[in-house]
Design a binder for this molecule. Sequence first.
Ligand code: SAM
Length: 272
Amino acid sequence: MNAPIGNPRRGRIEARVRELGPWFHNLDLHGVRTAPDHFLGDYPRVKWDRFAHAIAADLTGKTVLDIGCNAGFYSIAMAQRGAARVVGIDHDAGYLAQASFAAALLGFPGIEFIQLSTYDVGALQERFDIVLFLGVLYHLRHPLLALDLIHQHVACDLLVIQSMQRGSDQVAAVEADYDFNETAHFDAPGYPKLHFIERDYAHDCTNWWAPNRACMEAMLRAAGFRIEAHPEDEVYLCRAIPRESGGPEADLLRGYWVPAPGSGAGTSFAGT
Ligand SMILES: C[S@@+](CC[C@H](N)C(=O)[O-])C[C@H]1O[C@@H](n2cnc3c(N)ncnc32)[C@H](O)[C@@H]1O
């Protein structure tokens, strides 16, 4: 009796998945799993399952930008909900190749994947109804700059953000100002703290910062995002609103924004 012949399509998918590996996203490509041994389990499915309910099930007509899209799990999820236009950006060409392959295979060849750094979102020259910024913030040397740029260039309404958080999950009431000799509040567990990772964390040298919950929330406010929901420990849904700080004028006072020469306005940053 002949040995059973394997499904040739499945064989081709398995071969391509191997070629494009290693994978961070564990996608289900017609029965072929891309990262079945992921250290976080069936990732990011297990994460998504905890906050998927917080995002509209019908995204018909909406535009979505997925920053740090990796192999496209969330871009594909947005397309599955009917988004009119989905753009995924990542600075890693290998991950983008995975994303293009997966999206086409799963029936979403229209998702646009672009090699672009989160610091260069201004180059898109487009604002999106929904910006996903999931699992990226703590991988950046300049996280607040990244949030500022997202606010300045691409977010027009909803920001969905997730960050690894470490430290206390308390949120202390912070006064608008303190006397120079008043220092005790800095040591309160609920004071905003951004833990700097000089070397590796979790065997990953791209982990730069780990905010505590108070810091995560304070950074979002400082960048001009109003927190509307916190459906999962690490996930926030925010609205882009005018900057509370007063925008560029106040930034200028704080010394990190300089007007473009001769324009009376501008977008360049100094001292970051
Ligand atoms: C931990 S993965 C998160 C992937 C996906 N967003 C998720 O939540 O599952 C971080 C992703 O951000 C990308 N990334 C890191 N720094 C970036 C940067 N400066 N610009 C664009 N992408 C970046 C990495 O290549 C990687 O795909």
